[in-house]
Design a protein around this ligand. Structure first.
Ligand SMILES: *Cc1c(COP(=O)(O)O)cnc(C)c1O
Length: 399
């Protein structure tokens, strides 16, 4: 395998059954067998290349699994119907009653809600810790801890997880390091830095067209087999299955991910640098002023840049809302959650994606309600975008 994740995706060849340059889409929920014995073998996982039922797996999902595993340098992968479907399957596969998780305190709102409100019902507890403090992370590990959970770059504060150092801590305590890499596909390769399991919401950059939700778990063959076990596999038994039509369309979009990531990063860096010069409070890992800028540079695959996500703090929620409405009115982007679209998307995380986090905790972690999160689009003329956004900011009085 090449050291370049995009090469690994491009080197894969899948043909359709009539020589099509794209693989055929499997349009079946169940599969016939010539011999009853093969059916039994397949059910028990002993018949290579045979399919039984599409909740277990389908040819289309296997193609996408392979491509995502190649991108993340893991043995294999398992796609899911959503990012949350992938995340919850991993958490429930690894942890049982009495177990404990050490999680970054700044994570996707849905993951936070699941850890904070949902799995305590199964007697699984979580300590939420500042991921940038390796001492605090290690101190939170107990005899019942099963994993460290974090995001490569946190949502929405853009703190960078030191995956290399975290993986050393995890190995020392014989626990897993699970990294949600949704913000930085191709840019950061957690597995190469020592992570055990890499998760993505495919909904965002990887699919990139905002026409579906999807997720994936990239890990060892052994772990993916356990997720898919017909007897006790979380993915198999909870059933968050991706449909074949969707996996076929996501695979086609995945093939242009490298071009898109470079453009997202180039545009975001341009805007971040200019708005910072203008005196705004900008957080972007590509800026020297970002506290984890140097750390990021020790981990990233340089050609893809620093990613497409940045935040600007305009002081108050009122100003944030006015600015977002005005920018949308001027067709500079959409007031919408999610990320990785061709169009810039913006939202105020305190009231949208992180609204599950109580207000006191938001203040404590530096999540001011004047923060706007931008997912910078693929604008062809970013100078024009900058000038127009600048005009909006002057009009609202934040510049
Ligand atoms: C969106 C997102 C998720 C959840 O993914 P869905 O596809 O919406 O279920 C998880 N983690 C991060 C970092 C996200 O941005």
């Amino acid at each position: 395998m090449s050291n370049k994740p995009a090469n690994n995706i491009q080197d894969l060849q899948y043909f359709g059954e009539f020589g099509g340059v794209n693989p055929s889409i499997s349009d079946s929920a169940t599969y016939t067998f010539l011999h009853a014995k093969t059916m039994l073998d397949t059910f028990e996982g002993h018949a290579e290349g045979c399919y039984l039922y599409s909740r277990h797996t389908s040819p289309s999902n296997l193609y996408l699994n392979e491509a995502l595993a190649a991108m993340e340098f893991t043995e294999t992968a398992n796609v899911a119907a959503s990012g949350m479907g992938a995340i919850t399957s991993v958490l429930l596969q690894v942890c049982g009653a009495g177990d404990h998780i050490v999680s970054s305190r700044t994570i996707y709102g849905g993951t936070y809600a699941f850890l904070k409100n949902f799995i305590p019902k199964l007697n699984i507890t979580t300590s939420f810790v500042d991921i940038t403090s390796l001492e605090k992370i290690e101190a939170a590990i107990t005899s019942t801890t099963k994993m460290i959970y974090c995001e490569s770059i946190s949502n929405p504060l853009l703190e960078v997880a030191n995956v290399t150092a975290l993986s050393k801590i995890a190995k020392k305590h014989n626990i897993l390091l699970v990294v949600d890499n949704t913000f930085t596909p191709l840019i950061i390769s957690p597995q190469k830095l020592g992570a055990d399991i890499t998760i993505h919401s495919l909904t965002k950059f990887i699919n990139g067209t905002n026409d579906t939700v999807g997720g994936v778990v990239c890990a060892s063959q052994e772990f993916i087999d356990s997720l898919r076990s017909v007897n006790d596999g979380a993915a198999m038994l909870l059933g968050p299955v991706m449909d074949s039509f969707r996996s076929a369309s996501i695979l086609k979009n995945l093939r242009t991910l490298h071009i898109r990531m470079k453009k997202h990063s180039e545009n975001a860096l341009y805007l971040a640098e200019h708005f910072e010069k203008d005196g705004l409070k900008v957080v972007y890992p590509g800026l020297k002023s970002h506290s984890d800028h140097e750390l990021f540079k020790t981990m990233y695959n340089e050609e893809y840049g620093f990613g497409g996500i940045m935040t600007i703090d305009v002081g108050t929620l009122k100003k944030a809302n006015e600015l977002m409405e005005l920018m949308q009115h001027n067709n500079l982007g959409y007031l919408a959650v999610s990320l990785g679209f061709y169009k810039t998307l913006f939202s105020a995380p305190g009231t949208s994606t992180s609204s599950e986090i109580p207000e006191e905790e938001q203040v404590e972690m530096g999540l001011s309600d004047g923060i706007i999160r931008f997912s910078i689009g693929l604008d062809n003329d970013i100078e024009r975008t900058y000038r127009a956004m600048h005009k909006c900011m002057t009009e609202i009085g934040v510049l």
